[in-house]
Design a binder for this molecule. Structure first.
Ligand SMILES: [Zn+2]
Length: 126
């Protein structure tokens, strides 16, 4: 993911995360079809459909997604918060050669949530 972010120059790269609760098993890259990919991302809907279908067949779930921030900011942006629709989804942000993890939560469940939407996650590689 870090390599993909570096290769995408000033554009945001993105993809989907497959696994089970609390465990990311696979990252699947997707085309960024946003109109302004240098400051936004939108996962290619065809890839989204295919990955959801394949995951069901393999006993996995789409548990979140990743995207990069070419501006180097490691936390979700207010724009990200506006697009975080589903609670519980994992958001990985790739910025400045590192990866930070976040989970979408409701403001009611966590009053300290960033932009009222995200709580930080601790990532561990197994
Ligand atoms: Zn973002």
């Amino acid at each position: 993911m870090v390599a993909a972010a570096a290769d995408s120059n000033a554009r945001e790269c993105c993809g989907l995360l497959l696994g089970t609760t609390g465990h990311i098993a696979t990252a699947v890259p997707a085309a960024n079809v946003a109109a302004t990919p240098e400051r936004a991302f939108e996962i290619d809907p065809a890839t989204l459909l295919r990955v959801h279908r394949d995951a069901r067949g393999a006993g996995q779930k789409v548990i979140g997604h990743y995207h990069s921030h070419p501006n180097g900011k490691p936390e979700p942006s207010p724009r990200d918060a506006a697009r975080a629709i589903e609670n519980g989804q994992i958001w990985l942000i790739i910025a400045d050669g590192g990866i930070s993890g976040w989970q979408a939560v409701s403001a009611d469940s966590d009053s300290n949530a960033l932009h009222g939407r995200f709580r930080p996650l601790t990532l561990a590689v197994q």
